[in-house]
Ligand binder design. Structure first.
Ligand code: HEC
Ligand code: HEC
Length: 407
């Protein structure tokens, strides 16, 4: 039993006793209805009693109560700041716990069927990023007659998202809240907040942000991720026999073999048609994979970094890049714009002209500009462009800038 419950019990007991005493007094009047002299007319103690034994007794009680007050007040004064601090951390802890339930998927201990929003299905249980099967609708392909295409959408990591939106902690919370409330139209990231047409109130959104804050990896670990992203990207396209990771063209060859076996065993015209389509797509996949592997093997550091860090917002179709899948269109030209504007042609040069512009571009990419503040020659930050000074080194950002200026 805690001190708190003990005090509550003592209080309840005291109230019960007082109620009983008052009750007894009231009832006793009813039981003895005969007339009595009013208390103010009955003679009280004489002076010798009042000034001696009675006075001493009263003074003793007074002393006891004064001592209690003298001890308890300073104690209260000493404990109160600590209690308030504990209340505040307890408040944060409960927000994080509620956020964890919302974030979880079935593989996680905090999962609750009726509450969890399955963020982990897309962003990974540790928030390290993942991939999600996604259907590219005819509308999204810009051709109402096209057939829907099954593709895999690469989903960004969230265990470093606070480093990307961190020029000051208040705006980091606001920017991440904004993303959760409104989602990312045209991507699998739905709007979660009521204001964006989603299901969740402000309380749940702020619980999710508190949870995301609690799963951030260390800055040193966050800096290591960039190299790993490049290695994974190269492995998935070019392949690395030492690591036994299939290259994209090996995956496409596999698809071709499956489709040819399917065609050999096909029984209906519909099946034949399907496998013929699969064979064509697989052949296209093999051709593209080989071509793209050569392209990737020649890429500069700046281009590799751009593709793994920036392209999901600045190159349409990059998130669904899958050269081995002949059904999925290859990305649009690098830097041609998606959520972020096109960086091609002289777009970057005219926003950040000359050598002085390079320094400003460096600031923009590494620390960004606060929402509604100006950047470059004619830019106004909308608060949606992340910044990379805390997860990429100066040399890496310089390499990206050099690449961008030549797009
Ligand atoms: C169906 C898959 C899916 C689900 C479910 C999902 N997300 Fe996302 N989320 C994405 C994708 C894809 C992106 C990147 C979109 C883009 O490229 O602009 C994203 C982006 C984000 C971002 C911005 C990251 C950045 O750096 O741009 C945050 C924050 C985020 N999601 C949080 C959440 C949270 C919290 C939940 C659960 C309430 C959630 N997501 C559920 C797919 C998903
Ligand atoms: C989450 C999406 C996102 C990512 C990732 C992203 N950007 Fe951006 N970027 C934007 C948006 C949105 C803008 C437009 C400015 C604004 O809205 O504040 C922008 C603007 C820019 C501009 C200025 C263009 C102009 O003409 O005004 C440059 C340069 C730029 N980004 C470079 C980068 C680089 C380099 C990276 C990777 C290291 C990157 N971006 C990653 C969303 C993104």
């Amino acid at each position: 039993m805690t001190l708190r419950t003990l005090l509550i019990l003592i209080n309840v007991a005291a109230v019960v006793v007082i109620v009983m005493i008052v009750g007894a007094k009231v009832l006793s009047v009813r039981r003895e209805p005969d007339e009595r002299t009013a208390p103010n007319q009955t003679p009280f103690y004489g002076d010798d009693v009042l000034e001696d034994a009675h006075l001493t007794r009263v003074l003793r009680w007074a002393l006891i109560f004064s001592t209690i007050v003298a001890v308890v007040l300073p104690l209260y004064w000493l404990l109160e700041p600590n209690r308030q601090a504990e209340e505040a951390t307890g408040f944060d802890k409960r927000a994080i716990e509620r956020g964890a339930v919302l974030f979880s998927n079935k593989s996680m201990p905090n999962y609750e069927g009726a509450k969890s929003l399955l963020c982990a299905d897309c962003h990974g249980p540790d928030g390290g990023g993942g991939a999600k099967n996604w259907v590219l609708t005819p509308e999204a392909q810009g051709n109402a007659k096209a057939t829907p295409v099954q593709e895999i959408w690469k989903v960004p990591s969230l265990n470093d998202v606070f480093y990307r939106y961190s020029e000051n902690p208040v705006t980091a919370y606001q920017q991440i809240t904004q993303i959760l409330v409104y989602g990312r139209p045209g991507t699998p990231m739905p709007a979660w907040g009521v204001a964006g047409g989603g299901p969740k109130n402000e309380q749940s959104i702020s619980d999710l942000v508190a949870y995301l804050k609690s799963i951030q990896i260390s800055p040193a670990a966050a800096k290591k991720v960039a190299a790993k992203k490049i290695a994974d990207y190269k492995d998935s396209v070019i392949g690395d026999p030492a690591k036994k990771i299939d290259s994209a063209s090996a995956v496409a060859e596999q698809k071709l073999a499956t489709a040819q076996a399917g065609l050999a065993a096909a029984k209906t015209p519909l099946q034949t048609q399907k496998y013929q389509g699969d064979i064509k797509a697989a052949q296209e996949g093999i051709r593209r994979s080989k071509e793209y592997a050569i392209e990737v093997s020649k890429m500069s550091e700046g281009q590799l970094l751009f593709n793994t860090q920036c392209a999901r917002c600045h190159t349409k179709g990059w998130s669904t890049l899958e050269p081995s899948n002949g059904y999925v269109p290859m990305p649009e030209p690098a830097g041609s714009g998606a959520l972020g504007p096109s960086l091609r042609g002289d777009a970057v040069e005219s926003q950040f002209p000359g050598e002085a512009g390079k320094l400003k571009q460096y600031d923009w990419v590494s620390i960004g500009a606060e929402t509604n503040k100006a950047y470059g020659v004619r830019g106004i930050s909308s608060g949606r462009m992340p910044h990379f000074g805390e997860i990429l080194t100066k040399a890496q950002i310089d390499a990206i800038i050099e690449y961008e200026r030549n797009l």
